[in-house]
Ligand binder design. Structure first.
Ligand SMILES: [Zn+2]
Ligand SMILES: [Zn+2]
Length: 141
């Protein structure tokens, strides 16, 4: 998140005071601020939105600066993502064309919401037929 000069000063001051506090006081403050947050969440979120709007130019600049600074790693990450993703998309397309969805879920025997699952995208035609919920479980685990 973008930190303006004003906010930086505020944070520094706050940090100084925070350091002087006893652990009990810190704990009490934590609880209070959490309670305050829960009570006023809507107002706080609204205020954040307004803050972002007011400082939108700075936000943009910041995002752009971030992009410039990290351009190489961003590009790199995107490339690897695309490469792995491309394999997945290709495999799914091939399987859709060659492997019909029929029968029952290989895991629970359900006949509804069947989908193809690729244990290995490098082998596009080696798919398992599973139902949607089993498929979710496979990918969650
Ligand atoms: Zn899958
Ligand atoms: Zn199933």
């Amino acid at each position: 998140m973008l930190i303006t000069e004003e906010r930086r000063l505020y944070l520094r001051k706050w940090e100084k005071e925070h350091r002087k506090m006893t652990p009990q006081r810190k704990q009490a403050m934590k609880i209070r601020s959490r309670r305050c947050y829960e009570l006023h969440r809507k107002t706080i979120l609204e205020r954040h939105k307004v803050y972002a709007q007011v400082h939108s130019e700075q936000f943009k600049e910041y995002a752009h600066g971030y992009y410039l600074e990290h351009r190489d790693s961003i590009c790199e990450r995107q490339k690897t993502y695309e490469a792995t993703h491309r394999e997945q998309v290709n495999a799914e397309q091939k399987a859709r064309y060659h492997v019909p969805i029929e029968g029952t879920c290989e895991l629970c025997g359900s006949q509804r919401n069947l989908e193809r699952h690729h244990p290995n995208y490098g082998a596009p035609l080696a798919v398992e037929i599973v139902c949607h919920s089993c498929h979710r479980k496979i990918h969650d685990s």
